[in-house]
Design a protein around this ligand. Structure first.
Ligand code: ATP
Ligand code: MN
Length: 479
């Protein structure tokens, strides 16, 4: 017999049929003459109850412990108890994998997120992480579907590169040199000629520059790949390895870029509302329960589901950096020196406390900030007419801060070269990038969405380490 998954059992009318289920035991209530076994196989957040009555040996039933993997054959029957429509009347039980009950860390009780991070190999088996990773999958799928339906092509940009897109220098080196015996040049510096690529190489910090090359022929492309940043920021929003979605669109200006980003984000929220209702209901309730132990002021003003619905239904607020600075300068926390970084003038980079003030206090909705000072943004962004700002846009989300960073790109060769010189970006390394500006250049725009930040928003989780299976952060690459 082929196994039926639990999702099918509870959503189809299989009452009366005999089925086989293979799953992990969540709980086992063992009575004198009847046993109730709750099973989960990952196909849904819902468990199926197995009722084992009759001639099952004591020895077998004792091995049906939390965490064990079993196969059950039985008849689907209408449930006698509350909380489920159907259950399985067991005819046969086979142990596929025993579980040492005393050593198994995932007990049917509440565990802290910190504890579960140390058990990342097993945390998939909790309701919370099951829900998160099913939603993460659906989001991945929805991203591809969104772009595919709009005629975008998915481009796989390199993971090993020799350029540092942002010029931030926060890269991981890729080398096969013997680190105990590094070849040196006469001046004492590392002789990369002897390295694998005969030049310095690193893990990519963004697929954008290569994405732009593809957009200058294919028109509309997007990348969806891993990104690496050796930034030592131990925050709840930064990972050393994360996934980024980067569309790049020929003939698009900054307004088109904002429209695309906003449409995508709103679409992703409604997709999850529609396709992940059970998991979302669980995470929604989880946050409501958490609120009960919080002070009134710290409680959420909208439930998770209300938040996603709100984003799906409402346009984002768009304003310029300059307008935002005015608002921030005159804001209460700025005047009362409650911000860690006080805003005293034009030109300052915005910190996450400022971004969140705008989103959560001033506008109460997602915000798109545009036209940032050129000095705090990357070299490839298109210069504004004022000569002071660039045509950048950041999208700011409640509880998260920046979720998207994007821009219209500088398509003019001379202006781009000038910016590279001003910002000390090595032109020789990026000769291929510059050539697109010589061979049929075109206005174009794009952005980067941090995928985990989106998963954070959609699941209502607090820490980015909990929305990627195996987080890489400073001093942590376990698993
Ligand atoms: P931040 O100011 O939050 O560090 P950034 O300005 O460095 O972000 P970009 O270089 O514009 O970010 O990258 C595009 C997007 O990638 C960001 O909007 C964010 O969603 C995501 N992102 C950036 N750095 C990280 C990181 N270390 N971990 C997870 N996501 C990140
Ligand atoms: Mn950063």
């Amino acid at each position: 017999m082929k196994a039926t998954n639990i999702q099918q059992i509870i959503s189809n009318d299989l009452v009366g049929s005999t089925i086989l289920v293979k799953a992990w035991v969540r709980t086992h209530r063992q009575g004198k003459s009847v046993s109730f076994i709750s099973l989960n196989d990952g196909s849904t957040i819902n468990n199926i109850q197995v009722v084992a009555e009759g001639d099952f040996s004591e020895e077998l039933l004792n091995r049906v412990t939390t965490g064990a993997c079993i196969a059950v054959t039985g008849e689907v029957v209408e449930s006698q108890g509350q909380g489920q429509k159907v259950e399985i009347k067991a005819q046969g039980i086979e142990i596929l994998g025993d579980c040492d009950a005393d050593a198994y860390p995932i007990q049917p009780k509440k565990h802290s997120m910190e504890f579960l991070r140390e058990k990342a190999h097993l945390r998939f088996r909790t309701n919370t992480f099951g829900a998160i990773f099913r939603i993460r999958h659906q989001l991945t799928f929805a991203v591809h579907q969104f772009f595919h339906e709009k005629g975008f092509y998915n481009i796989h940009t390199p993971i090993i590169t020799a350029s540092d897109a942002e010029g931030a220098g926060e890269t991981f080196k890729v080398t096969n040199l013997d680190l105990n015996n590094v070849p040196k040049k006469e001046d004492g510096s590392v002789d990369y000629d002897q390295d694998f690529f005969a030049k310095e190489a690193n893990l990519t910090v963004s697929g954008q520059l290569e994405g732009e090359l593809a957009a200058m022929a294919l028109g509309k492309i997007y990348t969806f790949g891993p990104t690496f940043r050796a930034e030592n920021s131990n925050t709840t929003r930064h990972l050393a390895e994360f996934w980024m979605i980067e569309p790049e669109v020929a003939f698009a200006d900054l307004d088109d870029n904002m429209d695309l980003a906003e449409e995508m984000l709103r679409h992703l929220c409604s997709d999850i509302l529609k396709n992940c209702a059970d998991d979302l209901a669980f995470l929604n309730q989880r946050l409501i329960n958490e609120d009960k132990s919080k002070k009134a002021a710290d409680r959420q003003t909208m439930t998770l589901i209300e938040k996603l619905q709100f984003v799906a239904d409402n346009p984002f607020k768009r304003l310029t950096y300059t307008e935002a600075i005015d608002i921030l300068r005159n804001s209460k926390p700025n005047k009362k020196k409650k911000f860690k970084y006080i805003i005293d003038g034009w030109g300052a980079d915005l910190q996450s406390e400022h971004e969140r003030y705008l989103v959560e206090k001033e506008f109460n909705c997602p915000v798109i900030l545009t036209d940032y000072p050129k000095d705090i943004k990357a070299f490839y962004m298109k210069m504004g007419e004022d000569g002071k700002t660039v045509r950048a846009m950041d999208i700011l989300f409640p509880g998260i801060g920046e979720i998207i960073g994007g821009a219209q790109r500088e398509e003019d060769y001379d202006k781009l070269v000038k910016r590279m010189e001003e910002m000390d970006v090595p032109k020789e390394d990026l000769w291929w990038y510059l050539e697109t500006r010589k061979f049929g250049t075109a206005p174009h725009s794009g952005f980067g969405l941090g995928f985990e930040r989106m998963v954070l928003f959609v699941t209502g989780m607090q820490n980015i380490r909990d929305v990627i299976p195996f987080p890489r952060t400073p001093q942590n690459a376990e698993f």
